[in-house]
Design a protein around this ligand. Sequence first.
Ligand SMILES: *Cc1c(COP(=O)(O)O)cnc(C)c1O
Length: 363
Amino acid sequence: MTEYNRVYNFSAGPSMLPLPVLEKVKEDLLNYQGSGQSVMEMSHRSASFKKIIEEAEADLRDIMEIPDNYKVLFLQGGGTLQFSMIPLNLLRNSMKADYAITGTWAKKAYKEACKFGDINVIASSEEDTFTWVPKFGKDQVRPDADYVYITTNNTIYGTAYNYIPKIGDIPLVADMSSNILSEPVDVSKFGMIWAGAQKNIAPAGVTIVIVREDLIGFAGKDVPTYLDYKIHSENDSMYNTPPCFAIYVAGEVFKHIKATGGLVAMQKRNKEKADKLYDYIDSSTLYSCPVAKEDRSMMNVVFVTGNADLDKKFVAEAKGAGLVNLAGHRSIGGMRASIYNAMPMEGVEALIEFMKKFEEDNK
Ligand SMILES: *Cc1c(COP(=O)(O)O)cnc(C)c1O
C-alpha cells in the first residue's frame, strides 16, 4: 500500500494515473482556478475551457513533437469507434487497405474495415497465439493501398512493434492506444496515430487522433457527420460537446510529462521497469513469458506459471497484498502486469518481491 492507502493497480485499462495529477485534479475539483466551478460543470464554450483544450493540444504537440501539418483531434467513441472512422475517412482512392493482425484489437479493426472496402491481411501471428510481431515492408503491401494499419502495442498479448514498417509513400496508420507517450515516436513516419485515453493518458472518454492534413476530407457523402474527421478538424474538436473532463485530465498528464523530462525520460523509466520484471521472470523457475524476446511490450507484461489453478491463486493472493488486477485478459488467462507510465518503479519492485515469495511458498 502506498500514500492514501492506494494499491498498485496493474489494470490494462482504465489504469493508474500519476498521483501528482490526481492531487492536482482534487485541488481543482470544486473551484477550478477561481472560476467558482469544476471543469465538469463548465461550458465547453467558456474561456476557461477554451484555454484548457488549447493548452492540452499545445502540450501534446510539444511532447510528441507533432509536425505542423498534422491535426490533433479530441474525439469520443473510445478506441473502438476509430475501427470504423479510419476506413470511412481514409479509404479514398483504390478503396483498398492492408492490415497487420497482431492481436484482438487489430483483428477487430480489420473486421470492421472489411465492411467498407477491399481489406487485405498483410501479416498475422495468430497461428502462434500472437506471441510475436511479424516483420513486413514495402514488398508485402499492395502498391495502391490507401493505407496500411498496425497496432503498435498489443495490450492483451504483451507484444509491441520494435520497428516502424517501411512502406514508401503509403500512409501508415497506427493504433497506439496502449503505448502512446511511453517513448518518443517519429510522428512524420505515420499518416495517422490514434489512442483511446484510458491506458496511458487520462480517464476513459476521450480518444486522441493525430492525422496528417492531406488525409482529411475524404469521407463519403453518406458518412454520418460525427464520423468525419473534417468536421472535427474544422471545428477544433468543438463541433459538439467534447469530453471536457477527460480532456482536462489529459492536459494535466501532458503537463506532468513535460515537468518530468518528457518522453526520453519516460522511455528510460519504462525500460528500467520492464527490464527488471522480464529479467526476473526469465531467471525464475516458476514463471515464464510466452512472448518472443525481441517483441516484448514495455507496457503489458504477460506471464504464466504453466498451471491454471496456480495462476488463479497467484492473482488472488497478489490482490490481498495490494497488487491488483493481475489476471490476464479473459481470452487468454495467465497473468498480465500492465506497467504504464504511471506505475512507479516501487510498484514493479513490490510485484517482484511478491512473485519471489509466491515462488518460495509454492515449490
Ligand atoms: C483498449 C484498446 C482498444 C479499445 O479501446 P476502447 O476505448 O475500449 O474502445 C483498442 N486498441 C487497443 C490497442 C487497446 O488497448
